[in-house]
Design a protein around this ligand. Structure first.
Ligand code: ZN
Ligand code: ZN
Length: 140
């Protein structure tokens, strides 16, 4: 079986990455930090294996910001697209923004996480799992 890769990148095209499928999960995150970092109601993240992830272009343009003691967010220094998140408690996994992929993901989004932190101005009425609590991942 040939391994499929999916590529993605930032708005200006300076940074391009790719990863080997299968991806691990996909979820909408409603935490306050994602909301502020991306200037959006919530951010849809895809978890992929770090061992199958590569920056294929523009590594020098990526800017890294430690948004907490265990979380590093990375964005393009030219156009500002926030595209990566690395949780150092789980270094074998890297989180990528679904919105920045160049082709469809190999799975559907399964859940809302940190759902109890969601913005008051966003109205969501779908059948996906709703998770939250201290870890953001507990069933609500
Ligand atoms: Zn860019
Ligand atoms: Zn978040």
């Amino acid at each position: 079986m040939t391994k499929e890769t999916i590529s993605g990148g930032c708005l200006c095209g300076a940074v391009v990455f790719e990863f080997d499928t299968p991806s691990l999960w996909a979820a909408h995150c409603h935490c306050t930090m994602c909301r502020r970092a991306h200037g959006a109601a919530y951010v849809t993240w895809v978890g992929v294996r770090e061992s199958g992830f590569r920056i294929t272009k523009g590594d020098a343009d990526l800017v890294h910001y430690d948004s907490s003691d265990h979380l590093t967010r990375s964005f393009c220094g030219r156009c500002g697209s926030s595209i990566l998140c690395n949780d150092h408690r789980h270094d074998s996994v890297i989180d990528i923004t679904l919105a920045n992929l160049h082709s469809p993901l190999d799975r559907a989004v399964s859940s809302h996480i940190y759902f109890d932190c969601r913005a008051g101005w966003v109205d969501i009425d779908d059948d996906l799992q709703k998770r939250g609590g201290d870890t953001g991942l507990e069933p609500l």
